[in-house]
Design a protein around this ligand. Structure first.
Ligand SMILES: [Zn+2]
Length: 342
C-alpha cells in the first residue's frame, strides 16, 4: 500500500484513477493583491466558485485526480484550493518547492559565511521548509505536499536555481516524495536538472521532467527518458514554441518507439489567475482548455497509431507507478514497520 496525501485526506495509490499530472487551480500574485486589492479583477468568492465549476467539469469528464503544481512564487494557498475542491469529487495533490527560474527572493539569498543573510552553504533552512510541507502540512493546515518542484527555464542553471535544485534533491532524499519539474525543453534544460539531481544521489526514476511537449527534438527527449525519468507532456493544448500538430506527432512517435510507459499528460492550465485575463487567454490560445486532452489530443493519437492501452498507461497507470515507487523502492531492513502517512 502506498498512501498519497490529497487535499482533504489521503488515498491509496490504487485510487488515483485518471490523473492530470500538472495543472493549477489558482495562480495568483499575493503581493500585488495585498498592495492593490482586486488587482486584475480578482474576486475571491467568484474565483473559488468559478474554479469549483471547472473542477466539477473535469470530474464529469472522467478525470479523478489532478496534481496542482502551484508552489510559493505562484501564489499557493491550499485552503483556497480546499474550498474550490469541496463537493467536486476530484482528488487534488498539492506540492512544495519554489517557483522561479532566475533568482530566489531576497531573504532567501545566500551571500557567504558571516554575512547578513543566509550563511549556510548547504541551504538546510530551505530543505527544512520543503520537508515541513511534506511531513507536517502546509500553511498550518494538515494538508501535506505529495511532490517537490523546481524550475529551470531559458536562463539556465543560475546560482539560485542550482541551490533550489539541490534543495529539492535533498527534500526528495529525506522524505521520498517524487520530484516534478518545469523546464524549457527547447534549450534541453531537463538534462541540466537530471545532472544536478543525479549528483545529489536522486534516483532519476523518481523524477518527472515537465513541459517536455514543447520540442520536436526526439534525441533530447529519448536522452531524458533513457536516463530513467518520466516525461511530462503536460502543456497539452498550449502552443508557445511548437505547433500542436507537431507536438502530437512527437508524442505518437515516442509511443511507437516504446516509451509510453514513461510519459504522462496534462494541460498546465489554471482555473483562475491574476496573470492574464481569461478572455485574453481564450482568444489567443483557444485550444488551451481542460477539454483538450480528451477532446482533441487522444482522438488524434488514436488515429495516429497510439493504442488504447498506451493511452491508459499515460493517463492512469504511469501516474500510479510514479507515486507508488515511494514505497516500492529498496527500503531499509525495518521497512515492515512502514505505515500510512509517514
Ligand atoms: Zn505549471
Amino acid at each position: 500500500m502506498t498512501r498519497i496525501p490529497i487535499v482533504g485526506g489521503e488515498i491509496d495509490v490504487s485510487q488515483l484513477g485518471n490523473t492530470l499530472m500538472h495543472e493549477h487551480v489558482f495562480v495568483r500574485t499575493p503581493e500585488l493583491q495585498e498592495a492593490w486589492p482586486g488587482f486584475m479583477g480578482w474576486d475571491e468568492e467568484a474565483a473559488i466558485a468559478g474554479a469549483r465549476e471547472k473542477l466539477k467539469g473535469l470530474k464529469a469528464a472522467g478525470i479523478d485526480t489532478i496534481v496542482d503544481m502551484t508552489v510559493p512564487g505562484l501564489g499557493r494557498q491550499v485552503q483556497r484550493v480546499a474550498r474550490a475542491a469541496e463537493g467536486t469529487g476530484l482528488q487534488i495533490i498539492v506540492v512544495t518547492g519554489y517557483y522561479t527560474y532566475t533568482d530566489l527572493p531576497f531573504p532567501m539569498k545566500y551571500n557567504g559565511p558571516g554575512k547578513l543573510f543566509n550563511n549556510d552553504p548547504d541551504d538546510a533552512f530551505l530543505v527544512d521548509l520543503f520537508v515541513r510541507d511534506v511531513e507536517e502540512g502546509i500553511e498550518g493546515t494538515d494538508i501535506r505536499a505529495g511532490v517537490v518542484k523546481c524550475c529551470t527555464d531559458l536562463p539556465g542553471v543560475t546560482e539560485d536555481i542550482e541551490r533550489l535544485i539541490r534543495a529539492v534533491a535533498k527534500t526528495q532524499l529525506r522524505t521520498d516524495v517524487p520530484i516534478m519539474t518545469h523546464t524549457h525543453a527547447k534549450s534541453k534544460r531537463g538534462l541540466d536538472q537530471q545532472r544536478i539531481l543525479r549528483e545529489e544521489g536522486v534516483d532519476l526514476s523518481r523524477v518527472l521532467i515537465g513541459h517536455s511537449n514543447e520540442t520536436a527534438d526526439l534525441d533530447y527527449l529519448m536522452e531524458v527518458l533513457d536516463a530513467g525519468s518520466y516525461l511530462g507532456f503536460d502543456r497539452c493544448g498550449l502552443k508557445i514554441d511548437q505547433p500542436l500538430a507537431d507536438q502530437q506527432e512527437t508524442l505518437a512517435e515516442l509511443c511507437r518507439r516504446g516509451y509510453a510507459g514513461q510519459i504522462v499528460l496534462s494541460h498546465d492550465r489554471h482555473c483562475t489567475s491574476d496573470w492574464f485575463p481569461e478572455e485574453g487567454v481564450r482568444a489567443a490560445l483557444p485550444e488551451w482548455s481542460y477539454g483538450f486532452i480528451q477532446g482533441s489530443l487522444i482522438p488524434g493519437l488514436l488515429e495516429n497509431g497510439v493504442t488504447e492501452d498506451q493511452i491508459d498507461q499515460m493517463m492512469h497507470r504511469n501516474p500510479q507507478a510514479f507515486f507508488a515507487a515511494r514505497r516500492d523502492a529498496p527500503a531499509p531492513a525495518d521497512s515492515a514497520t512502514a505505515t500510512a502517512g509517514s
